[in-house]
Design a protein around this ligand. Sequence first.
Ligand SMILES: O=C(O)CCC(=O)C(=O)O
Length: 258
Amino acid sequence: MIQRFTPIEEKRNLTLSADQIDSFNKNGFVIIRGLYTEEEIELIINLRDESERKVQVNGESFKIDRAFYDVEKVRDIESEKSVTLRKIQEVYSSESDFRKVSSSNKILDIVQDLIGDTIYYHSSKLMCKNPGGRRKPWHQDYAYWPDMNNTNQVTVWAAIEPSTRENGCIQIIPGSHKRGLIDHYQGEDYMINEDNIENENIEYAVMEPGDILFFNVLALHASDPNCSDKPRLATIIDFDSNPKPHAAEYGDEQPLRC
Ligand SMILES: O=C(O)CCC(=O)C(=O)O
């Protein structure tokens, strides 16, 4: 079972308990419940709704500065929409509300407990996963950017809407971060060979709005398609203990904390 922790009241200088840090080190992830406030959740829902309106005007994927608005075809033929927003990659660069919510002091306080005192922004996504949204095969985030040359990084996955087995919550394999970088190939996505995946001890990260999953960038994870009739919105942001290496695709030269 995924360990459950009680919500932490909002304040500066949050620290995780020794149990929470042990769980992260042992399993490669930890869930902290009720971390985003209602106001923060509302800001992100408004950002999604506003972005969805832009997508409906444009009708196809587009870029605003570094941010990539990635659309996908919707399953529901009854719907008036023919496309919907799948995700905004590098949303941190274009949306101040995303920056404010996803890298607030309380988030950085926890990240500091997990990767140390020096924290750099690495990469980000607003993951909309609307009804019919496709699955994400098994992968390690680090496989997408091994040019960073540093695995002391954490992915922060926050539920903005309920995240359930039906709508494709994150699935994760405890302890898999200790296996090192596993071979990936370009299949339906950039992914590992899934032949023996059903024999793994898979945990389902069922989460309520405001709950946040912190995981090591080597932790194996995936998600099923959204088979419900409701969207499953999440913010995803990665933090790194090192600055962006010259010519790396992601990262930042200026620390958020040091
Ligand atoms: O939110 C999801 O369903 C999967 C996200 C993910 O693992 C990723 O984008 O790397």
